[in-house]
Design a protein around this ligand. Structure first.
Ligand SMILES: Nc1ncnc2c1ncn2[C@@H]1O[C@H](COP(=O)(O)OP(=O)(O)O)[C@@H](O)[C@H]1O
Ligand SMILES: CC(C)(COP(=O)(O)O)[C@@H](O)C(=O)NCCC(=O)O
Length: 437
């Protein structure tokens, strides 16, 4: 049966609660959010459960729930020394967090070691009270859920229960937009502004997920969507070409380089073609890029004559601009004014977001708006996590969402302004409480 978005928010996950001896509901308080490229465990003495995966072309994303062992807001009466209080219809509440982690898909063994190291008490995997040896499954989405199913079985004895990637992206996006107070924001000229989402006026919208490749999805409601377009020029293209052209060793290094580069060294501008003049008749200023990388035709230079910084910046601008333009053209096909951009290509990076936003603004003549999501890369993994609910494994309930705003954010009107150049990937775990009965 199709659930409404609100029901989805209020019944986030189902899993262990339905297992033998545990028939209760659970609730979640969502708060402070933190994202880490994890290679070291970030939790100690905590029970970890309900792991879900999104195994993409470039990155593996994990979402998992852990209970706090040291919460002061509880009576701490659990046998496992987990913080427990009773505050929701008299039922015990486990204080905890939703955690987010990512690994490079090429280093999948690190991810497997991480899961093993956590000795996950996979409540969403193996039902409490189930006989030992019963098949252990965890939710997984993305192409890697198919490609690496045998590896997970062989190395961890875990079966991957596959969920459709587009279903998960949309479920994750709808959930975040409804549940997390400061999830969506605009970014222009170094200025980040959170956008308050009207729950009654969320649909339709365009979701553009920029992963290795790009999917453009028209979202009409909870579980109601159509993938209307895509492009193979995406995050994998930036990282792949960038690595070859600059010899960068990591994606972040390539991004960092772009910050110090000047794209005009390589890009051919309208002014380069028009002798320094604007082409006013068709509305192009002399500084508009006429042809990305176009100067390399005539400069009589070799690759090594260009600075990696300049190459990185041209490449990032070319790809971001192209995605912004294609996204808008697809939004136009369906009369959509709001376009949410997600996926780890964005990485909270100012120049990427600025370029996408400018492209949408330029091509729509200011009619459409580009918005970004704080949990940009975790939509699929969150959707996968939420699918425990769909399959009746867990019976958790979202209780209250207490998204902590950055300490120095200031709230005004329906927008929350943040200081420019803030590191957007900070503070990304979600405080939860789970109510069991
Ligand atoms: N640490 C990283 N390593 C590799 N790529 C990264 C990293 N951080 C961001 N990226 C970018 O994010 C893209 C992957 O985004 P993601 O949403 O995870 O998609 P996928 O599901 O295809 O892996 C990469 O192609 C690259 O552009
Ligand atoms: C095939 C994919 C859905 C896989 O998702 P990803 O791992 O890139 O996140 C994506 O790469 C994509 O939509 N590529 C664009 C294909 C196209 O429409 O041309």
């Amino acid at each position: 049966m199709q659930q409404t978005a609100d029901q989805q928010v209020h019944n986030l996950i189902r899993g262990a609660g339905k297992a033998k001896g545990e028939s209760g509901r659970a609730k979640m308080d969502i708060g402070n959010v933190e994202s880490k490229q994890i290679s070291e465990p970030i939790i100690s003495e905590a029970q970890i459960s309900h792991l879900a995966l999104d195994i993409g072309g470039s990155l593996i994303k994990l979402v998992y729930f852990s209970t706090n062992s040291d919460s002061s807001s509880s009576s701490s009466s659990s046998k496992d020394s987990v913080a427990v209080s009773s505050g929701y219809e008299g039922r015990p509440v486990l204080e905890g967090k939703l955690h987010f982690a990512k690994f490079e898909t090429a280093k999948i063994n690190d991810c497997i070691d991480f899961i093993r190291s956590k000795q996950l008490r996979l409540s969403g995997c193996q039902k409490h009270g189930a006989p030992a040896g019963e098949k252990c499954t965890i939710k997984a989405t993305g192409g890697g859920a198919y490609k690496y199913a045998d590896l997970f079985k062989e190395k961890l004895g875990i079966c991957l229960d596959k969920e459709d990637e587009m279903d998960c992206l949309v479920a994750g996006s709808n959930f975040l937009l409804k549940a997390v107070h400061t999830e969506a924001f605009t970014y222009m000229d170094g200025q980040k502004e959170f956008v308050q989402i009207d729950h009654d006026d969320l649909y339709p919208y365009m979701l553009v997920n920029i992963g290795s490749g790009v999917s453009m999805i028209k979202v009409d409601g909870p579980g109601k969507f159509e993938r209307v377009s895509g492009t193979n020029v995406g995050g994998g293209t930036f990282w792949g070409l960038g690595r070859l052209l600059t010899k960068c060793k990591s994606f972040d290094e390539l991004l960092e380089l772009s910050q110090r580069g000047n794209n005009r060294v390589i890009d051919m501008l309208v002014g380069d073609i028009y002798g320094g003049m604007d082409y006013t008749k068709i509305g192009l200023s002399s500084t508009t890029i006429a042809s990305s990388f176009g100067k390399a035709i005539s400069d009589n230079k070799e690759l090594e004559d260009y600075k990696p910084e300049d190459i990185s910046r041209s490449l990032l601008r070319m790809i971001s601009n192209n995605i912004g333009q294609i996204s808008y053209l697809n939004a136009l096909r369906f009369g959509l004014k709001r376009i949410f951009f997600a996926g780890f290509f964005i990485r909270g990076h100012a120049y990427t977001m600025d370029t996408i936003a400018v492209a949408v603004h330029f091509w729509s003549k200011g009619e459409a708006k580009a918005m970004f999501l704080k949990h940009e890369g975790f939509l699929g993994a969150l959707g996968s996590f939420m699918s425990y609910e769909k399959h009746g494994f867990l019976n958790l309930k979202v209780h209250q969402l207490v998204q902590q705003s950055p300490v120095d954010a200031y709230h005004g009107g329906d927008k929350i302004h943040d200081p420019p150049n803030r590191e957007l990937n900070e503070n990304r775990s979600i405080d939860c409480s789970i109510c069991l009965s």
